[in-house]
Design a protein around this ligand. Sequence first.
Ligand code: CA
Length: 225
Amino acid sequence: MRLLLVEDELDIQGFLKRSLEEAGYQVEAAADGKAAERLAIDGAFDILIVDLGLPDQDGIALILRLRQLGVRAPVLILSARRSVDDRVRGLEQGGDDYLTKPFAMAELLARLRNLLKRKNPPGNEITRLRVLDLELDLLRREASRSGQILQLTPQEFVLLEYFCRNAGRVVTRSMILDQVWGMRIHPDTNVVDVHIYRLRGKVDSNGQQPLIKTLRGVGYVLKDR
Ligand code: CA
């Protein structure tokens, strides 16, 4: 999936680019409207993320311009402007979805998936993830182990989904914070450890083989064999 990211705040742009690439997108980034236009003319994109406050033009004006240039891909507007008026204006003038800053990466990824699904309805997209005897139904948002349904909170489900998508690979605490909680939480918090402790209590109970392994000082890994 090719994604065009238009964001002028370079630290947010860098964070988003890394996170989106980890999620499997091929990302081209632009820091202003002119650069975005050039990229959009040069290459086809499946989806766009556009910030409204750009240095050389308004993001809405950019979206209108891109539509004139024949860009049909869905656009997710990402903006600090939170008022109902701004959001309605954004959606009426070419945006397909609107997310306000600050945002959680997991929510951004879910919205992108929705936009892409709407664009390509009959799907062969992944709806189930399976790692050993662990199974996630991404449509029902239901997890089970050896056929037994796990009672997870929505946040725990997102966390487990992230582990399954990275099964067998080490994920660090900061990767989890970025992907599951976005930028809303200070990195020193122990929220990750607390959630993993609870998740483990549900996934690795009943004397089954423990799947979530801690690598001290490094991070965690979900066993895939
Ligand atoms: Ca901006």
